[in-house]
Design a protein around this ligand. Sequence first.
Ligand code: AMP
Ligand code: ZN
Length: 461
Amino acid sequence: MDIKLHNTLTGTTEVFQPLQSGAVSMYHCGPTVYDRAHVGNLRSYVFADTLRRVCEYNGYKVHQVINITDVGHLSSDADDGEDKMTKALNRLGKPLSLAAMREVGTTYFEAFKNDLGALNIEPPQEFPRATDTIDDDVNIIKILVDKGYAYRTTDGLYFDIAKFPAYGKLGGIKLSEQRDGARVQINAEKRQPADFALWKLHPTLGWDSPWGKGFPGWHIECSAMSRKYLGQPFDIHTGGIDHIPTHHNNEIAQSEAAFGMPLARYWLHNAFITMPNGKMAKSLGNSLTLSALADMSISPLAFRYWLLTAHYRSPVQMSLEAIRAAQQALIRLLAVASERSAAGGQIHSAYRQKFLSAVNDDLNLPQAVAILWELIKDRQVSDADTYATMLDFDRVLGLDLAHMPRIAAEDIPLEIKALADARQEARLSKDWTKADALRLEIESRGFNVKDTAEGYDVRPR
Ligand code: AMP
Ligand code: ZN
């Protein structure tokens, strides 16, 4: 069955045709490792993981790259402000050196990998770091200089977008709307406001280059890392919608100008998680991390489930209430999986067909989740077949349905723990009536409580 994907490059939903039969190459703009990723960032990687899983479910072999930006991303997506990694060094009271920058990058890279693991995101085959690919950046910049696409200013080397007439083609960006000072800070030496840095000079920090000491622009890093691991063109490039106007159009301009061929064939973009009062951003101090959710007894997989219930191109508003409801639904799913787990079941072909049509329709995961519930409610299907089909669907959903304990132990909702504690107290003071009433209350909320030598054990029913 065909996979249909919405391509930002053409503005239409197209049948996916890989460059190489049976294989898919994909590149996902990775995090800037100057701090913990917030749940908005993580939506981009749950989306990337779902895309990979859908391709694998369809029998493709996937080669996936998520880059790690550990230098060169300035405070805005354009070229103004301080380098985000430098900001982290200042925040953490570290010296301004490449070694300290690398160390900070490693810390948050590790934290990022932990977040991906907690979300049951399969690690990509490649996790390149920008600081390990500086030579590749320099080589592309040299080609751009030789071909006349770059010019010098006192603070660096810039790409001249006037030399690339197709500039802005991704998402139909209108250059007439790119006023100086609107998108980028006024820089009198730039020929056009939307010209962007390929190399930024720095008096003390950075790498040597034919243009002087400094560091690569953020955009060139993605052009270099994608080409290095996937070649050019490759199949699919993804990122959040904020990357369309600047970062991705800049990647396209420099890669296509340097090599005279497309960078990627399909460009997919996920919508944002917003906060009730607008944007979620570290700079606004309103961003949430997975650990903050865990502190509220919300499991990372409940967050994943919640994300799956919205289409990746629909913005979603952050709501703890909605994520808690998702957690309850996930607990019910896990309970069904454990109740009906039996060997020897067959994948139910009609349900599988429906599920496949949904996920192949530009990743309609909300519908896919609904089909899973439809299957569970259909008591004509035997327990063993339901279980086999659930596990088959889980190859795409990634909810780890075969492993009950992942959510059972530490992710019991706080109110259930409170009820279990109250029951324990009632038992210790021999108030059996109260203890029984509390046990019934716990059970009515979908949990079982058992007494153990250490106290008690609560599990989803
Ligand atoms: P950054 O670390 O800022 O480069 O962002 C990493 C990824 O997260 C990029 O693909 C962004 O587009 C994406 N992103 C940032 N904020 C959000 C948000 N609130 N919701 C969804 N994706 C986001
Ligand atoms: Zn990128």
